[in-house]
Design a protein around this ligand. Sequence first.
Ligand SMILES: Cc1ncc(COP(=O)(O)O)c(C=O)c1O
Length: 369
Amino acid sequence: MATPSEMILTAGPSITEHEIAYVTDAVTHGWNREWNGYLKRFEAAFAAYIGVRHAFATSSCTGAMHMALKALGIGPGDEVIVPETTWIATAASVTYVGATPVLCDVAEGSWCLDPAAFEAMITERTKAVMPVHLYGHPAAMPQIVEIARRHGLFVIEDAAPAVGAEVAGRRAGSFGDLAAFSFQGAKVMVTGEGGMLVTNSDDLAERLTRIGDQGRDPKKPLWNTEIGLKYKMSNIQAALGLAQLERIEILVERKREINARYAANLGDLNSIAVSGELPGCRSIHWMSSIEVKGADAARRDAIMAALRTRNVDSRPVFYPLSSMPPFERRAENPVAYRIGHSAINLPSGHNLTDDQIDHVSESVRAVLG
Ligand SMILES: Cc1ncc(COP(=O)(O)O)c(C=O)c1O
């Protein structure tokens, strides 16, 4: 295939007449008495899909994680264990409540929190752990929850990119005390910006109802009993979210097909490893990725630059958080440091055609020589 005339981007949503109809209805009628009709439907349908009792639609996953940490009473002097390899939002939310993120290595194969490394980093200050379902691959939740319970720690899942991922027969987001999802415009389902905080606990749900509404007393109009937060989603975004959720199986399947096509096209190359799936896991492959074996950051960046000359965009896998100025390095975390130098996210959006996947694959092959 000849080089396409436009850059093949790493992400892009799938928007149909179904989404347009719901958003048009919400923007036309969703005011006054109808102000939260789509919000209620979206929250109820999302909770049912994940398999939890309560869901709160938010303006971002970052905001949802901030709410979660505040609801659990985590604050100054507390430590929260977070994987090295994640978007900054996971660790940043810990700092919003004055606590300290402690950065832990990730596991081979999933690039998600390594349960053994997590257990080794627990101190008397540790209050919670935040496993991340990185790029849509589920973290080892049964082991992580078992370790957390033994040490009396809360579990907050950062399920930002993992709507529909499963491990041990259960959906990501149904294991922790709380879990947060993202619907930012590059995710598997989108609301522009947006998120969802879910929990099975009626007590936490009651706390979140108040915290999420600026500390307002639900029984006394405009009376605030504490300082809360405001990360609410709008009804218009909820209309888009509900329509996307009603198509979630199609959206997830396409992500899995994209990954399978990359694996079929590139699986014979010994110099790279294509992102896969560990036993007992269903990854949604939000971002298909390759690790260039033995590459340092300079070679990884050169490969990405060469791909760009063929109109193939890509992203570096997240830098280890502790390699960046805001964070402290407490452990070596060799897997996170290796993939943070050598791995790349390939174009994985819903707008990709099979021909484009094949062009990306041919380009990877050519660039690697
Ligand atoms: C692992 C992870 N956590 C958190 C977030 C933050 O989500 P949001 O932008 O909705 O706050 C993202 C977004 O890319 C993410 O990938």
